[in-house]
Design a protein around this ligand. Structure first.
Ligand code: G3P
Ligand code: MG
Length: 243
């Protein structure tokens, strides 16, 4: 089971910052999950919410700021005792990720506000760094995932869901996609079996409880998206020894 660091090592470090990504790699994660949106002047940035209020010292919509304006807000303010950290650009992340061995689960945050051609912009940037073969895409916006698959057929794509889909494996496979990304609280063994039957990988979020880790490991799912990649990695290493 792969350890996927949710917004980086967000259990301890400010989410979706370069520090949280660096710490996730140090913790031994296999994959980093992050959220991509777009500024007013069309720069791709890494931030979870559509507004900057929860995670920075500012407020307002991401899409209403230019990149230069956005960079002045402190993305470290979500946690205590960290010095200033800017909202990273997606390009800054990709350039850094290229120097590591980590792969990336890029979540396109376009389910509440649709950023025109976000899919193409993300793919073009990855291509310019020759990094398309080290990523996978996911989104709650399933139409956007179909678009990604069309533009980059070799990149694994997954449907994110908040509510359980009984025949998820069939739904994903018949849509031409590769993965199912459910909320762990809604995942049942029946759905795991359905996905396996259709050759669909499951990456569940957000796995921060030991009981959930054990259950998902025993079910043999593909990846656990966690805020604590250190603990998750230690659990998986230990469980693998006892196989
Ligand atoms: O990609 C897994 C997870 O990040 C989806 O939910 O809201 O944390 O982006 P959210
Ligand atoms: Mg996400």
């Amino acid at each position: 089971m792969k350890v996927i660091a949710h917004r980086g090592f967000s259990g301890i470090y400010p989410e979706n910052t370069m520090l949280s990504f660096e710490k996730a790699v140090e913790a031994g994660c296999d994959v980093i999950e992050l959220d991509v949106q777009e500024t007013k002047d069309h720069v791709l940035v890494i931030i979870h919410d559509e507004t900057i209020k929860r995670t920075t010292d500012g407020e307002g919509y991401v899409r209403k700021y230019t990149f230069e304006e956005l960079r002045k807000f402190n993305a470290a303010s979500i946690k205590k005792n960290f010095d200033f950290l800017p909202i990273p650009s997606f390009e800054e992340y990709v350039a850094w990720a290229k120097t590591t061995s980590v792969t990336t689960n890029i979540e396109l945050k376009n389910n509440r506000f649709y950023y025109t051609d976000l899919e193409k912009k993300v793919i073009d940037l990855l291509q310019s760094y020759d990094m398309l073969n080290r990523v996978m895409f996911s989104s709650f916006n399933h139409v956007s995932m179909l678009k990604c698959k069309q533009l980059a057929p070799d990149v694994p794509c997954g449907f994110l869901t908040e509510k359980e889909i009984g025949n998820a494996g069939y739904y994903v496979k018949s849509s031409g996609l590769d993965c199912y990304h459910p909320d762990v609280t809604n995942l049942s063994e029946t759905v795991v079996k359905n996905c396996k039957k259709h050759g669909v990988a499951i990456n569940a979020w957000t796995v921060n409880e030991m009981g959930d880790l054990r259950k998902l490991y025993d079910w043999g799912i593909s990846g656990a998206i966690t805020n604590y990649p250190d603990i998750c990695k230690a659990f998986v290493n230990n469980a693998n020894k006892n196989l």
